[in-house]
Design a protein around this ligand. Structure first.
Ligand SMILES: [Ca+2]
Length: 158
């Protein structure tokens, strides 16, 4: 899907307009970090499914990490902007338990981004993946209950 984006500079906020449905008006602000564009929800918390649906309504998806560089760039941006919180990613094992994948690609979470000891599927009910932190830096991915409420990041499809 082609989308018209008009960056006005690195790491600055800008507005993405829908090229296919002008009636929708300006989309939420997406921020360029590296070579991707993200909507970072810093106030409203949602459960994983609701966060996923919200990203879809923006024409985006919950964030996935394809490279270690992306993890570094995004987490550096978050720390620099004092956004240090558990944050939903698109990762889950909802399709096949024990097999954490990114949505919607179903690519396995192959990078070693897990916080040490995770994913642990504690009590057998942790199936959705957040970026987690120690209060000052992000420490990796953690599987948690999908019905918990967290902030989230949407990523525009390439
Ligand atoms: Ca866990």
């Amino acid at each position: 899907m082609a989308s018209t984006v008009q960056p006005i500079g690195n790491n600055t906020n800008f507005t993405v307009y829908s090229p296919t449905n002008a009636a929708l008006g300006p989309r939420p602000l997406f921020t360029q970090i590296g070579n991707k564009f993200y909507f970072i929800e810093t106030e409203v918390t949602k459960n994983w499914h609701d966060a996923y649906a919200t990203c879809r309504q923006m024409g985006a998806h919950l964030i996935s990490f394809d490279t270690a560089d992306e993890w570094v760039q995004v987490t550096n941006y978050l720390v620099k902007n004092k956004i240090i919180s558990d944050i939903w990613t698109s990762g889950s094992e909802l399709a096949i338990q024990g097999n954490h994948v990114w949505f919607p690609t179903t690519d396995p979470i192959a990078l070693n981004l897990w916080k040490p000891g995770e994913p642990n599927n504690r009590d057998g009910v942790e199936h959705c993946d957040v970026m987690t932190h120690d209060g000052s830096v992000f420490t990796g991915l953690n599987d948690v209950r999908c019905d918990r409420f967290f902030k989230y990041i949407c990523q525009l499809s390439n």
